[in-house]
Design a protein around this ligand. Structure first.
Ligand SMILES: Nc1nc2c(ncn2[C@@H]2O[C@H](COP(=O)(O)OP(=O)(O)OP(=O)(O)O)[C@@H](O)[C@H]2O)c(=O)[nH]1
Ligand SMILES: [Mg+2]
Length: 328
């Protein structure tokens, strides 16, 4: 029996074929189903349209949840650097995060308290460094978006609970990071990059230093991992070693602070220019404006120069705390 499809139906079908998004496709299908002549000859076609519709609706339901979960792990970088906290459940990440930053993350004595990453700003001298609290790392289950969050960070703070076999905790963390193709290190040179792998600098933190048996755990941990990583014992609860911790985080980032000034004026020491260690005068200029770098003739330097106000060229390597006057 001929299907006798109407022009209305054929028009909707054309729209369906051209549709790019799922909602557009669903809309066109709805029209097709509404206007299709309902007789024996179209029975099979109607069945196909209905099952297509069901599949599209299911897809629509599924899509945003994956998207939303991933989006929660997309934390916009703010301040001088982004540092991601990592650890097993109950290691004290949120306790530390809440005390070091202006933000709040729930602390509780049961595991999996933190479900989504939370950003906060930590003040260190004249700098703001972003810390990101995260859900715990667990064996064989990685949330979508988590590997990217770790890869995008400038450095990692790995927390272990010193009272709960810290070596074993670290072994699990290393295993899970390996699964995400993330290589970590602390001391020593940065290894040459491998395709598909990311390398992250790490500071290891032994938490709960205030608790009984913590120092025993610390000594064993230090013996095991001390050659490859800087390890700092702290207590998030008692705020022990917080100043040291902030300094170590800054060291870990491998950044320097430079101050610029206009001729005859004083530099603004509250507004550092943040650069990678080893940067040059040219990169100082570039951080202000690309035209500035192009037109740069020379600079005067206070700090690491041979004398105050020394004239230097664009390839001069600047150092922590230098004050630079750019001349174009
Ligand atoms: N004694 C002691 N307990 C601590 C310290 N830091 C955290 N705790 C306790 O450890 C438990 C877990 O702390 P959280 O900060 O919630 O741990 P977390 O790593 O964020 O846990 P998840 O969100 O589940 O991954 C809580 O009962 C805290 O009070 C510390 O320095 N000393
Ligand atoms: Mg937490």
């Amino acid at each position: 029996m001929p299907a006798n499809l109407t022009p209305e139906y054929l028009e909707a079908e054309a729209r369906f074929k051209q549709a790019k998004s799922i909602p557009e496709k669903i809309k066109a299908l709805e029209v097709m189903l509404a206007v299709i002549p309902k007789h024996k000859g179209t029975e099979k076609l109607r069945g196909q349209l209905k099952s297509r519709m069901a599949k599209l609706k299911e897809e629509l339901q599924r899509k945003p949840t994956i998207g939303r979960a991933e989006q929660a792990f997309n934390i916009k970088r703010e301040g001088a650097a982004q540092v991601v906290l990592l650890g097993l459940p109950n290691s004290g990440k949120s306790a530390l995060f809440s005390k070091l930053t202006n933000a709040f993350s729930e602390v509780a004595d049961y595991p999996f308290t933190t479900r989504k990453p939370i950003p906060g700003m930590m003040k260190f001298e004249n700098l703001q460094i972003q810390l990101v609290d995260t859900p715990p790392i667990q064996l064989d289950h990685i949330e979508p978006g988590f590997p990217n969050l770790i890869r995008n960070g400038d450095a990692l703070l790995i927390l272990v609970d010193l009272t709960e076999d810290p070596i074993f905790q670290m072994e699990i963390l290393l295993e899970e990071l390996k699964g995400m193709r993330i290589n970590i290190g602390g001391k020593g040179p940065i290894p040459s990059p491998e395709v598909g792998w990311a390398y992250k600098k790490v500071l290891l933190i032994g938490n709960k230093c205030d608790a009984k048996n913590a120092m025993e755990g610390y000594r064993a941990f230090e013996n095991h991992f001390g050659n490859h990583f800087t390890i700092l014992p702290i207590s998030a609860k008692e705020r022990m070693n917080f100043e040291e911790l902030k300094k170590e985080v800054y060291q870990l980032l491998g950044i320097i602070r430079i101050y610029t000034k206009a001729p005859g004026k004083e530099p603004d020491l509250t507004e550092p220019v943040i650069l990678k260690k080893g940067s040059t005068v040219e990169e100082v200029a570039l951080s202000i404006h690309k035209d500035f770098a192009a037109k740069l003739r020379y600079a005067k330097i206070w700090g690491s120069g041979k004398f105050d106000g020394q004239m230097v060229k664009r390839d001069y390597q600047v150092n922590e705390g230098d004050v630079i006057e750019l001349h174009i």
